[in-house]
Design a protein around this ligand. Sequence first.
Ligand code: ADP
Length: 345
Amino acid sequence: MDEGRYRVLFENMDQGLCIIEVLFDAAGDPVDYRFLEVNPAFEQQTGLHDVVGKRMRELAPAHEEHWFAIYGQVARTGQPVRFVNEAKALDDRWFDVNAFRLGGEGSRTVAVLFTDVSARVRAERTQQDFVAMASHDLATPVTVLRARAQLMQRRQAYDEAAIAAIIEQTTRMERLIADLRDLVRLEAGQIELRRVAVDLRDVARESAERVRVQAKAHAVRIETPRDPLRGEWDPDRLGQVLDNLLGNAVKYSQTGGDIVVRVIACGAEARIAVADRGAGIPAEALPRLFERYYRADRGEEGSGLGIGLYISRMLVEAHGGRIWAESAPGQGSTFTVALPFEGDW
Ligand code: ADP
């Protein structure tokens, strides 16, 4: 290829490319590098502008030492390198980098070909965190199960409290396993709704009953219209969504307070709203609540895996509906599920 064609390639490739001159100090250690040439994708991949002629340390004084060391080594040895590394000073990006020397022995010119892989690295981290948390959440009940069983074995006697604890922990594990299974199936598009004619008021009443059994510190009130609100929905899946919303309402309002479930006919939608008087949700977290693995109170004791609302959203959307949250921090949150509704029939 002639030079012009290489130029077209250089200008149009979506990988970032820069040619740098590595700068060494008197002792022969690499201390900085100067940009000789960069392609248009460079700016997009790094967020740095007008770099040609400038040194990296003037552009990003906090750039990690390892970058200078690696390019210095490439210039010195002529051995190309390929690596993935973090650049905190460049908005916390991660780069997949290929660096090789241009010219022979003694040349200080290095070509760096790179791609911003931050999204991939973050997704992998999140996935690893999730697996770690999920295994922790599964391991905890197992510990309780074993301890209780061993206690009974030692005493050689029936123990009602131990049995109750075993059932409670088994239920907890079952719920978690069901969530994990749903997560996988939903992502693979393998969940099928079993639509039957149901009255939304019944779905709400049954779910409220279930949560009342667990939530001793909360009053759960339900407000329904006088007339039935019927549609062709999957009552088990809608029950699951409501159980999740009510479970969260309990979990995130430790101070107690009323939880209100409202069933409303609203134009072309049948809605169920679950309102609590808990701590509420910061405005910036609201749009992200329904994302996979998202937790607003990251890492706090008692928070879950961040998949409940994601699964709920997928199930509601499978019904052609929508789900959203509103909240006044300090005063509570309201989660609303809206389903397409064709009116009375
Ligand atoms: P988790 O298993 O963490 O509860 P969810 O997907 O059900 O996962 O919820 C995601 C996040 O949304 C929670 O971690 C929590 O920070 C926030 N959240 C959900 N429901 C409520 C609520 N009723 N009040 C306050 N925060 C809530």
